[in-house]
Design a protein around this ligand. Sequence first.
Ligand code: HEC
Ligand code: HEC
Length: 244
Amino acid sequence: MKRALAALLCCVGLAQADGVRPSREFLSPELRAQQDDPSRHPGWLWVDDGEALWRAGERSCQSCHGDIAGMAGVAARYPAVAADGALLNLELRIERCREEHQGAPRFGYEGQALLSLTAAIAQRSRGLPMSVPVDGAAAPFLERGREFYATRQGQLNLSCGQCHDENAGRRLRGDVISNGLGTGYPAYRLEWNTLGSLHRRLRACSLGVRAEQLPLGGADYLALELFLAHRARGLPVETPGLRR
Ligand code: HEC
Ligand code: HEC
């Protein structure tokens, strides 16, 4: 299988990374410039929509939380364990508020409303260093995520790390393989022609190795998200990211 991977990978590209580097460093100069420029970055349309949703309605998010500026730093410490012991990423934390505090039905994973609110909240942490707590109640979830990351999967029998550690900086089907961090999500991906969640991206990687695509918001991808957030500790939030 090592040979199969070698055949997939082209021999040119950046030098192999030593240590985990921010996702933006793996972008082409053009994409990086576009990610940095809101006027040329369609992801900001979702941020604007999310900010409008934040203020909308009688029992608005704002009515409890105040101005969305107060959400600065929140995304840098998610996923997090809630009082009832469940691991929640930002999307699921918002869904909880929707049900428990707004008394309204969930928005639905990957729907425009949830993507917009998630992007608007996470954008408030743009540039801030990731720092998810991984001790106490979070520890078992971290271990589950770490194990998932290290497990060979799919018909190609590859672990996440075989691409995102051992081959970071090399090219695969037109992409430069990054360290596989979640710091840019939700991100606008040109191939999707829309904004998408981290779990949608994870499903694409599962498909890439011909493994089962797991449910959005499900326990495996959540644990993986926590592990990826921990891998990214100290690195900046990039949401909304811009991807090929
Ligand atoms: C009726 C009040 C209320 C409303 C309305 C509400 N929330 Fe919350 N929210 C809370 C409380 C209280 C918490 C703390 C966790 C808990 O006890 O549920 C919280 C926690 C959060 C957190 C996590 C903050 C952190 O520091 O970890 C986010 C993000 C959030 N809410 C987003 C939203 C969004 C988005 C909306 C609108 C869709 C919303 N909330 C609507 C009361 C509310
Ligand atoms: C066959 C190689 C391969 C494997 C195995 C693989 N990925 Fe990926 N992954 C890619 C490529 C190529 C991309 C797109 C370029 C990039 O951003 O790295 C990508 C993108 C990502 C991204 C988005 C990074 C960003 O900033 O946009 C994340 C997160 C990710 N992968 C996580 C994972 C995880 C977790 C696993 C294991 C379940 C995994 N990948 C398995 C090749 C792989």
